[in-house]
Design a binder for this molecule. Sequence first.
Ligand SMILES: [Zn+2]
Length: 313
Amino acid sequence: MAVLDFKEIPEAHLATGLQDTFEFFAREFLEFMGFKIISSPDRGADGGVDLIVEEHRHGIRGVTIVKWLVSCKHKAHSGGSVTPTVEQNIIDRLRTHNCDAFLGFYSTIPSSGLTTNLEGFRSNSNVEYFIYDKELIERHLLNSSEGISMARRFFPLSYVEWEQESPKPALIFDGEPSLKCHVCNTELLEKENDGIVVSWEAMNSDYSKVMQIEYVKWVCKGSCDDTMRNRIRRLNPHLIDSWEDIVDVTIPVKYIEWVMAIFNELHRETKYSDEAFRNIKKFMINIFPHVSRHLTTEEKARMKDLAMLEPWF
Ligand SMILES: [Zn+2]
């Protein structure tokens, strides 16, 4: 599904003073892709050219320079594709501006008629062409931190929504939060790794009440979980285990539920062994950045780093 809404970039033909934004975006994007800008957006009649850029191709016989004529078409507001009527006299325009190849930079897509024409130029006149359409632009932008920061400037609303839908740990501590599997040392806070947190509890004689939390361990689901169960059973065959998916504890409501449950346990008779208590604190602290928001620059200045939390252990 499309992430970036190109309608966030003002329409080109409106005299808002922002009518050049799409061309500035194109210029910045092409620079980011490695093209060298030869001529920049210019207000007024463009003679069928919005930008001229150079591509430096490094080959066996040295560098070949390809001069691209860039045509920017911002039709996101109307939603139409770019047709041959909109994109006329391509070959003449290339000749007039002494360019080798044609580059379309479109906030929608080229129509099939235009693609057919461009294919024709390629086979009959040996004229190269390339189209950056909305999908390709988006894919390049969201693939690197530099691209993402450009997306944030040109598509602020889409960016905020995208960030909410693909949450990343908040930048709170100096170091990355980390929970490594107690059996195989795999980082369980990486999205693709399926981890669980298990607590091992000693019950009273009729198994009606938890007396003490003996161990808190985080492990990969499956074989690491089995290995840990065997280890702990050897230490104490009477312990009962209960577990939760780590990813579930990163849900804000679930997280606070856990904090409250721990408070309640401490207030009642249930005790934690020293090891279990140390681990549950470590677990909650390292999960926290996945629950929380980023710090503002001002807040960051007031917090030194993770070392501030050391006294709690
Ligand atoms: Zn493991």
